[in-house]
Design a protein around this ligand. Sequence first.
Ligand SMILES: [Zn+2]
Length: 420
Amino acid sequence: MRLNRKKRYTYYSSYSPSRRSKVRWDRIALIAGAVILILGIAVWLNFSRIQLLMKGYSFSQQNTILSLEHQAVDEILSHEKMEHIADWIEGSESYQLYDDYEKYLSLHKNLKQEDVLKTVNNIMTNYKPRFDALTYNEEQLWNILKIASIDDLNYLLAHEYTYSQVEPYMSIKGFAIGDLEKYIKVYNEKKDYRYAVLSVAYPFIISENDNGDSYIIQNPEHLVTLVKKGFRYPSSYVPSDLTKPSQIPVSPDCENAQLRKEAADALTEMFNAAKEEGYTLIINSAYRSYEEQEKVYKEIHDRYDEVTASSLVAIPGASEHQSGLGVDLTSQSVLDDKRNGISSRFGDKPEYKWCIANAHKYGFILRFEEDKAHITGIGNEPWHFRYVGKDVATEIFNNGWTLEEYCLYKGIIPNIKKEK
Ligand SMILES: [Zn+2]
């Protein structure tokens, strides 16, 4: 029996609870309890330091923060880590603003620490209460502070603009707070926020606002590029895919019937559709190089003067004919009249009427209409069509826009560089 028991004990020695191991567990529990108690006291005594550590503050930052009164430490702990906390503590006693300093610096990274302190103190003391009165909440005020100078804040307050009056324009490229009054004026007429901002930011797109500045187009191959007085192609620009539409007749006066491939194909499609309805369209003029335009312009310029010349012919670089997307059309009926000694104009013919009703289906727009000369800068040219692609042309047609208006409504601003 004894032997048996001993044997069993030996067998289970590595598993079974024994008197000896029971004693060991008691001791461990006691030690663990003591350690937990000591740790607890240590944590309690250093709780703030541990929280600061968890937020990522360095040991020296912890020391700086812990030198403040308890309330300030709690305030700091209630925010995300402030990288420049030592600067804020050194520069200001208003610990409630430390987070604002940090936020303001993160939005205006180039500012010096003392400027951040000065500006934020000024904003929070003198401006925030007035924006509160205009019902700006914290987030809205900070959205404004992202972009606003002190002058801008004064402007908003002077006009008593609420956040909901400012907000719709803010995300549009070219937005400037000081132009809000102008935006609102345009918006009231056009009912479009983007149009409002862009027409103020790029006033010269509309010809009547032309201030004489000149820009060189940097993306000349873009299908919807605005080319006109003030928006010129580089003299070196020649479209890479000029093609002569094979099936369309060309008038005897036409020197170059080439268009960019896409426009040439579209015009062929348009020609065939017109033909089916009994109308024969003729190309009167298509691609014109910078040099050719220069020659034409010079002839007129020599005969008259600069003002007259630029009203009759596009100045070199500013003609849609250099784009390979502009085409002057006429009709067989006009050529027949001419042969018979009768003077007639394409704009009076049924072919023209067919074109203005149908050209958009093939990607073309009538570029210069009489009542839009203040926008396009060019008077009535019933013969000049511009290729922009079917979708764009249809949208322009359906809305009764000019290409300029399309660019402003849709935010298609030409990639331009100011000419010196
Ligand atoms: Zn033309």
